[in-house]
Design a protein around this ligand. Sequence first.
Ligand SMILES: [Zn+2]
Ligand SMILES: [Zn+2]
Length: 280
Amino acid sequence: MPEITLLGTGSPIPDPNRAGPSTLVRADGQVFLVDCGRGVLQRAAAVGVGAGGLSALLLTHLHSDHIAELGDVLITRWVTNFAPDPEPLPIIGPPGTAEVVEATLKAFGHDIGYRIAHHDDLTAPPPQDVRECTEGTVWHRDGVTIRVAPTDHRPVAPTIGFRIESGGASVVLAGDTVPCDSLDELAAGADALVHTVIRKDIVTHSPQQRIKDICDYHSSVQEAAATANRAGVATLVMTHYVPAIVPGQEEQWRALAATEFGGHIELGDDLHRVEVHARH
Ligand SMILES: [Zn+2]
Ligand SMILES: [Zn+2]
C-alpha cells in the first residue's frame, strides 16, 4: 500500500513553515523522492528517511524551487554511505537532468575533492545514474512500476509527471502543469493524484506582473480538481500552495476544489501523510 508524505508544501517564496516542493512516496519497501525543494532532507529526517535510504529521485522539471537541494541530496548520500562500492542514486527526470546533475557535482567539486583527500575510504566522486525521459515505463522493480508522461508547464519544457503503481494501487504526481491530455491519460483511474496548485483568484491581483505571470503555466485549485475529475481519481492531494495557505483557511481551499471534484480531497502542512488504498 503506497503512502504519500508531503515533505515540502511551499513554493519559490521562502516560508518559515513550509519547505520547498518535495513529495515522498513509499511503496513496497521502496522510497521515492519526487522533486527536492528547499529543506527536503530536514523534512525527510522527520519521517526517518535519509538520503541513503532513497530508492530513486524523480524530478518533474528543472525549476529551481523543485531542485534547490539536489546538491545536498547528492553529497549527503555520498558522504553518509559507508558501503565500499556504493550504489548510485537513480535520478529520473526530463532531458536536461544529466546536465544539471553534472553541473551540480561540478559546483561541489571542491567539497568532493576535500572529502576524497581526507577520508581513505572515499576514493571516487558520487556515482551517477541519470535517466532522462519524457514518456514510458522507467521503473520496474520488486513490485513497483513507474510510468512517465509529458505535462505542460511551457515555456518550461520538457516536464513530466509520474505514475507509481504498487500492490494494485496507483499514485500520480503531476508536478507543475496546466491541464493537458497527457496528464489526464497518466492519471486515469488513479487512486491518488498529487497536484501542485496556485490560487489564481488571489495571484492575479498582484501588482507585480512577474507574479501574475505564474498563472500562465500552473493549474489553479479548480483546474487541478477538474483534472482529478476528468481522470476519475479517488483522492486529490493538493500541494505547492501559492500563496501559502493562511491558517484557518484550509476549508476555503477545499471548497474551491470541491466545486470541480466530488472525490476525496487532501491538503495540509509539511509532513501531511496520505495512505493510498487500491479501489479495485
Ligand atoms: Zn515549475
Ligand atoms: Zn513549482
